[in-house]
Design a protein around this ligand. Sequence first.
Ligand SMILES: [Cu+2]
Length: 393
Amino acid sequence: MRRREFLRYGGAFAAFTAVSTSFPSFSAAQTTDPADAPTGEEADFDLEIVDVDVELIDGSVVPMYAFAHAGKTPTIPGPILRVKQGDTVRIDIRNSSSRSHGFQILGQDNASASGLDPSDGDGEDKARIEFVATKPGTYFYVDGDNMPINRVLGLHGALIVEPKNGFADGAAKKKPMPYAPASSASIKSLFGALGEAAIGGKPARFPGKAWQAGREYIWIFNQIDPVLCRRVAAGENFSASDFQEQFHPRYFTINGLCGLDSAHDKATCPTGNTGEPALLRTMNAGLATHSPHIHGNHVFVLTQSNANGVPVYQQDLFEHDVWLMPPMMVKDVLLPFTAPPDIPPAPWRMSQEKYPLRYPMHCHNEISQTSAGGSYPMGLVTDWHIDGPLATS
Ligand SMILES: [Cu+2]
């Protein structure tokens, strides 16, 4: 068992930022040798489950659980796991919490382990899961035991499956996309149109650049009920239905952060110039339904997870002002970074509008805009910024 760790608000924030921006270091899973034997091979990811005390935005502290890279600082959400389609992925899980736990990737076969007792600390007790990563997209990993309690109490994170050949323009490879070309004709057509030139007298629909692989943000939503956190930590056992019935969240988080902190977190706040489209991988780990809404641009909903957590590529793409995120929903959306329609290109003889343009993302489920029972706007909200004029490739 690992000693209970204290996640200071700024500390968790820094760790999450580091994890999200250093994804190339997770590339261990990106090569697959067919001769690889499963037994005795090194794991691609070595994860640990620990008990933590989390400091919230108002300075109050709640007991939760968290994932960590083994021996490293735990974070809520857990570390981002990035793999490539077709890879054999091995994940080791150690349980260093005081309670029994499990691990499951929703939407991937053979990717779960359950009933892991607290380890005795000799480093030997670990479960191994091994699976072949399928369909490119965004997946939830969670503690699948004691659902939904352990998940809501912090044990959730994102697994990203990248495509082997993700280009909308075939051999030219100038139009990367986060899925295989065969995923959906409309998605392929949208990624093909990003950064296109004006054709004849027709203005370009998305002037600027093509989407660049890695130009993406992950938004994981959750809610925290401090009373239930404390009752679980005190040893109380709940049925799923009792927990859901008594769940009265007072904090609404995005990547574990609230309000001002999420707006100032570089891994959470999308930034870029006009014409630099970004992918948002949005996920709801909690029990409340959210309705994220963005000012300045509309987003295109590209994927939506089905009941098993598998991403379904959308055939018809719509521009959304608000997109619905029920519990456990995963949706990839494209933020096109087009010039907002109400921004004049040359007001008052200036060559352009003053930058940066700062826009909010806030949830339209109004209670989620508060923390601690009313502190506004310290809930599920962040910013996105257009830093400068049209970027050209
Ligand atoms: Cu608004």
